[in-house]
Design a protein around this ligand. Structure first.
Ligand code: NAD
Length: 477
């Protein structure tokens, strides 16, 4: 993108400059170019957006569900109609390879929106229970806060069910991906979402995120982001006892069993570890392998790693772009140095700059994709979420130990098992985590997604992902 985009808040169906005296630059992490800016919003801007959402609530919640579902269909169409702009914008804001960005931030979100629209017709909005009529009603005004790593995926995972349920919203995207947030506001407007139903306030998490979380007139906050910030949201929300749904970090384990197809397990395992530059919440960052097959698996992983071309995210041949920012680059590089200092074996990559980058991205926020072998289960790199292309291969002695290592984490978000199908399924059942992919099974976007333990307390997608945005009323007659 050559032109710089200046975006504003989106409140009550219009662009609003708001109270901000400062603007926040949006920087392309591959080139360091400033590609746009957005307002550093204030708590007063949140108040305006909440007031607009509150005014719009009675009318929107009274719109028949079938019409709200039809509006979702138009949002899905809008996502696909703007796929090239979405791909280019997401890629230039946070560094994801452009073709991946199109698929993951336009096609997949469109599918999620369509899935919710389809769910509308089969969902039990009301149930008779003896003499009781159980009705499901919108929670009210929903605050939504999202990270940068999968900006539109996370947006629609909240917006589609929340609007379908009849809520109105105040949405805060990450400051790194505010341009994508603004694109989405335009898509909702083009889809005919009435003024005030969906509002965006841009700005820092500590200001806008906090104002949303503690706002007396917001009924629910749905948060996706780091576990640390999620805890802050919970604390800020306590005073108003609003509903809090958290989708947080992860450190997911890929258990490769003795009877697995090793080639397949490693090929798919590497993809799930490093897709989006390892900046996915459910990345399989711990590969658990039988000790007797460790060296063989490390060789396979290193061979697979060579196909992850690092480069300009605008180049369709690139599989790993820069980290989303120089801050993230420093964080990931710090973990690589920590792994080395703690004695893990560098099997691929390691500390230091990426060689051979094209001139236009040579100063970008790149790290060397790295595989550590023979990692101890309690090592820092095996316990903390790195959010970069860093894989820890951890040997285990037997299956009991494999399950224990997998569950030895404060997180419980994703995971995988490879092995003979029944055997792998039995192991999957023992994992304390919200989703497990067995033998690379296709990811089902209609199934619920969420975390155990400190990975969160809610569910997105599927029926539970809609129920999250509904109150339940029992009327006894
Ligand atoms: P982050 O926690 O720094 O920020 C996420 C959002 O929260 C941003 O919009 C930010 O401005 C806001 N925020 C920050 N501090 C806040 C506060 N005190 N109160 C309210 N809002 C606040 O996370 P990030 O770096 O943007 O994203 C990466 C993290 O998100 C990783 O930990 C990743 O695992 C997690 N994540 C989880 C899921 C999931 O579904 N479980 C999905 C994607 C990403």
């Amino acid at each position: 993108m050559s032109t710089k985009r200046a975006v504003h808040h989106w409140i009550d169906g219009a662009e609003v400059a708001g109270d901000a005296t400062e603007r926040i630059d949006v920087v392309n992490p591959a080139t360091s170019a400033v590609i746009g800016d957005l307002p550093a919003g204030t708590a007063a801007d949140v108040d305006r957006a909440v007031a607009a959402a509150r005014r719009a609530l009675p009318q929107w919640s009274a719109v028949p569900v079938s019409e709200r579902a039809a509006a979702l269909g138009r949002i899905a169409d809008g996502l696909l109609a703007r796929i090239d702009d979405i791909g280019a914008t997401v890629s230039s804001e946070m560094g994801a390879p452009v073709e991946y960005a199109k698929a993951a931030q336009a096609e997949v979100p469109a599918q999620i929106v369509r899935n919710f629209a389809a769910l509308a017709g089969e969902f039990a909005w009301e149930e008779e229970l003896g003499n009781a009529l159980v009705v499901r009603e919108p929670v009210g005004v929903v605050g939504a806060i999202t990270p940068w790593n999968a900006p539109l995926y996370q947006t629609v995972a909240k917006v589609a069910p929340a609007l379908l349920a009849g809520n109105t919203m105040v949405f805060k995207p990450s400051v790194l991906t505010g341009l994508t947030g603004d694109l989405f506001a335009q898509i909702t407007a083009a889809a005919g979402i009435p003024a005030g139903v969906f509002n965006i306030v841009h700005g820092a998490g500590s200001v806008i995120g906090d104002a949303i979380s503690n706002h007396a007139d917001i009924d629910m906050v749905s948060f996706t982001g780091s576990t640390g910030a999620g805890k802050q949201v919970s604390i800020a929300a306590t005073g108003t006892v609003k509903r809090v749904a958290l989708e947080l970090g992860g450190k997911s384990a890929n258990i490769i069993l003795e009877d697995a197809d090793l080639q397949k397990a490693v090929a798919i395992g590497m993809e799930y570890a490093w897709v989006n530059g390892g900046q996915t919440c459910a990345a399989w960052t711990r590969m658990l392998v039988p000790a007797s097959r460790h060296d063989e698996i490390v060789e396979l992983a290193v061979a697979a790693a060579r196909s992850f071309t690092v480069g300009d995210p605008a180049d369709p041949a690139t599989r790993i772009g820069p980290m989303c920012s120089t801050k993230q680059q420093r964080r990931v590089a710090g973990y690589i140095e920590r792994g080395i200092a703690d004695g893990a074996t560098v099997a691929f990559g390691g500390a230091g700059p990426v060689e051979g980058l094209a001139e236009n991205v040579a100063g970008g926020a790149y790290v060397r994709p790295t595989i550590f072998a023979n990692v101890k289960p309690d090592a820092v790199i095996a316990q903390e979420e790195i959010f970069g292309p860093v894989l820890s291969i951890i040997p285990y002695a037997d299956e009991e130990e494999a399950v224990a290592i997998a569950n030895n984490s404060i997180f419980g978000l994703g995971g995988a098992v490879f092995g003979e199908p029944d055997h792998a399924l039995a192991v999957a059942r023992r994992m304390r985590t919200g989703q497990v992919i067995v033998n690379g099974g296709e990811y089902n976007l209609a199934a619920p997604f969420g975390g155990y333990k400190q990975s969160g307390n809610g569910r997105e997608l599927g029926r539970p992902g809609l129920e999250e945005f509904l109150e339940v009323k029992s009327i006894h007659r």
